[in-house]
Design a protein around this ligand. Structure first.
Ligand code: FAD
Ligand code: S2G
Ligand code: ZN
Length: 481
C-alpha cells in the first residue's frame, strides 16, 4: 500500500461483532464469508497496490437482501464497500480499513431484453462478457467493451462510468444507461429502473449514480440501451513513424470510414515491446514507433472492407502509414485486439505498476509520455503509452520490480500538475477511488467539489457508503451519538 495510507485514520465506525455476523447469516443464509484466505482476494485490488482488512464479505442475491443488510449497517454505523468484479484500477473497490464488503457476485440475473427497443434490464452483478454473449443472441450488442469484460460487473461499469474501446461509437454510459435501481445508504430502495429512452419528470437521479464509485449507494439493477449487433466487423493495424502521423490517420479514418468506425486505439513501440516480451505475443507487423488499431462495425462487410482498404491506400500513399494489415476473419481480429487488450496484464508481469489514465487535448497527448519517459528515465523498467485516441484518453504506465518511493516521487504530483496545466483531466475513465481522490482539485474547482460533498452528505449523512473514496474532504460522517 502506498505511503498515503499511513496519514489516514480509520473513521469512528463500529467494529463488526459476532451479533452482526449472526444477523448477516440470518438474512443471507450462509452467504457470509469470514474466512481470512477467502477474504484475501476481496481485500486486495486488481493491481495489488491497495489492501484492506475487512473481516466479512457479504453475498446478497436480491435487492431486498441488500436493503436489509445496508439498513442494518446504517443503524449499527458499520462502513461498507460495494464490490463488483474487483477490476477497478484506483483502489475504489476494496476496503481501506475494515469496511464490510458487499459483493454483487450472486446478483446475476437477466430480467428482460426487448429486441425491438434494445432495452436490457439485468441485475448489477451480471458479468459484462456474459451479457454481451446473451444480447448477441437477440441481435444486439453491449454498448461498452473493455479488457476486463470477463470479470467486471455491469453494476461496477455503471458505478465507474467505464469508458472502454467502444465509447467512440456508442458514447458514454451517461447516454446508454436508461434507468437504475439502487439501495441508498439508509437501506431505502431507489427505483428509477425504466426502459424508456425519454423521461423528463424531475431530476435525472440515475446520472448521480453513474460514476459515483459506490459512494452514494449500491446499484442493484441496470436498464441499458443495447445497439444492434453489427453484421460485419473488420480491423486494421497500421504502423507509423510519429504520433502526428497517428493523428493524421485518425483524421483520414474519420473522413473515409465515417459512422462505421467503432474504435480507434494507439500503442507506442514500447507498448508493443511490452506485450511481446512479457506475454510472448506476436504482431502481424514489423517494428514501428507507433501503431494504430482501427475497427469498423457496419451492416455490409463488402462495403466496409472497401472503405477500410481505400483508407489504408490513402494513408499509405500520403505517407501517414508505413505499413498496415486488414483483418476480416474473427481469429485475426481477435489476435490484433489481444495485443491492445493485454497491456494491463503484461504490465503486471514487471512487478509494480504506476498507472495513469488521463484525458488531454490531442496536441499535447503524446508529449506527456515523452516528458515522463525522460523524467523517470532509469528509475523504471519501462514507460509505455497506449489508449483510446478517439476519446483523447491516454493510458500512461510505468513499472518497477516493486514499489519504489523514489520513482513515485518523480511521477506524482508532477504528472497531475502537467495534465492540469495542459487543460486535461487527471482521470479520464477509471475514476478517483482511493488512490487519486486527493488530486481531484487538479480537474475540479473547489466549489464543484464542495457541491459534490453536499450531495454526498445529503444522500449519505452517516458517511458509511464507501468512505475514504472519491472526495478528499468528506470526513467519515457524523460521530456516533
Ligand atoms: P469493482 O472494481 O468491483 O468496483 C469499482 C468501483 O465501483 C468501486 O468504487 C466499487 O465500490 C464500485 N461498485 C462496484 N459495484 C457497484 C455497485 N453495484 N453499486 C455501486 N458501486 C459499485 N475501465 C475503463 O473505464 N475502460 C477500460 O478500457 C478499462 N479496461 C480495463 C482493462 C483491464 C484489464 C482491467 C483490469 C480494468 C480495466 N478497466 C477499464 C477498469 C475496470 O474494469 C472498470 O472500472 C470496471 O468498470 C470496474 O467494474 P467492476 O465490476 O470490476 O467494479
Ligand atoms: C485500457 C485499462 C488498463 C490500463 O486498457 O483501456 O483502461 O492498463 C485501460 O490502464
Ligand atoms: Zn481504457
Amino acid at each position: 500500500t502506498s505511503s498515503r495510507l499511513t496519514s489516514l485514520t480509520r473513521g469512528p465506525y463500529s467494529v463488526v461483532n459476532d451479533e452482526d455476523i449472526q444477523f448477516f447469516n440470518k438474512v443471507l443464509e450462509g452467504r457470509v464469508i469470514t474466512d481470512k484466505d477467502e477474504l484475501e482476494s476481496h481485500n486486495t485490488d486488481w493491481l495489488k497496490t491497495v489492501k484492506g482488512n475487512s473481516q466479512v464479505l457479504l453475498r446478497p442475491k436480491t435487492t431486498e437482501e441488500v436493503s436489509a443488510i445496508v439498513k442494518y449497517c446504517h443503524d449499527r454505523y458499520l462502513a461498507v464497500v460495494p464490490q463488483g468484479g474487483n477490476t477497478g484500477l484506483v483502489g475504489g473497490s476494496v476496503p481501506v480499513f475494515d469496511e464490510v464488503i458487499i459483493s454483487t457476485q450472486l446478483m446475476n440475473n437477466i430480467i428482460s431484453i426487448n429486441p425491438v427497443s434494445g432495452a436490457l434490464i439485468c441485475q448489477a452483478g451480471c458479468i459484462l462478457e456474459t451479457l454481451d454473449s446473451h444480447v448477441q443472441e437477440h441481435g444486439l450488442t453491449m454498448p461498452l467493451d473493455l479488457g476486463a469484460k470477463g470479470s467486471c460487473h455491469i453494476g461496477g461499469n455503471v458505478a465507474t462510468n467505464a469508458g472502454g474501446i467502444r465509447l467512440l461509437r456508442y458514447g458514454s454510459l451517461h447516454g446508454t444507461v436508461l434507468g437504475l435501481e439502487a439501495v441508498l445508504p439508509d437501506g431505502e430502495i431507489m427505483d428509477c429502473l425504466t426502459p424508456l429512452r425519454k423521461d423528463n419528470t424531475g431530476y435525472d437521479l440515475k446520472q448521480l449514480f453513474i460514476g459515483s464509485e459506490g459512494t452514494l449507494g449500491i446499484i442493484t439493477k441496470v436498464s441499458i440501451l443495447c445497439p444492434q449487433k453489427p453484421n460485419a466487423v473488420c480491423v486494421a493495424l497500421l504502423g507509423c513513424e510519429s504520433f502526428q502521423k497517428v493523428l493524421d490517420i485518425f483524421v483520414a479514418c474519420k473522413s473515409h470510414l465515417g459512422e462505421i468506425m467503432s474504435a480507434f486505439e494507439f500503442m507506442d513501440s514500447q507498448t508493443m515491446q511490452l506485450v511481446k516480451e512479457n506475454l510472448s505475443m506476436t504482431s502481424p507487423l514489423v517494428d514501428y514507433p507507433f501503431y494504430t488499431l482501427v475497427e469498423c462495425s457496419g451492416s455490409n462487410g463488402t462495403h466496409d472492407e472497401e472503405k477500410l482498404t481505400k483508407m489504408l491506400q490513402a494513408v499509405m500513399d500520403d505517407g501517414a502509414a508505413l505499413d498496415g494489415t486488414v483483418a476480416t476473419d474473427s481469429t485475426k481480429i481477435y489476435n490484433i485486439w489481444a495485443l491492445r487488450e493485454s497491456c494491463a496484464s503484461a504490465l503486471m508481469k514487471d512487478g509494480y505498476n504506476y498507472k495513469y489514465d488521463v484525458s488531454l487535448p490531442l496536441e499535447h497527448f503524446y508529449t506527456l509520455a515523452e516528458v515522463m519517459r525522460e523524467r523517470v528515465k532509469n528509475h523504471a523498467i519501462r514507460t509505455v503509452a497506449y489508449g483510446h485516441v478517439g476519446d483523447g484518453n491516454l493510458h500512461l504506465n510505468f513499472t518497477t520490480a516493486e514499489y519504489c518511493p523514489a520513482t513515485m516521487a518523480l511521477i506524482e504530483p508532477f504528472i497531475y500538475d502537467w495534465v492540469a496545466k495542459h487543460r486535461g483531466s487527471i482521470s479520464a475513465e477509471h475514476g478517483l477511488g482511493f488512490k487519486k481522490r486527493q488530486f481531484i482539485y487538479h480537474s475540479k474547482t473547489p466549489s464543484a467539489v464542495a457541491l459534490m460533498a453536499t450531495i454526498k452528505k445529503a444522500v449519505d449523512p452517516r458517511g458509511i457508503m464507501n468512505p475514504y473514496k472519491v472526495l478528499p474532504e468528506v470526513t467519515n460522517g457524523e460521530n456516533e451519538s
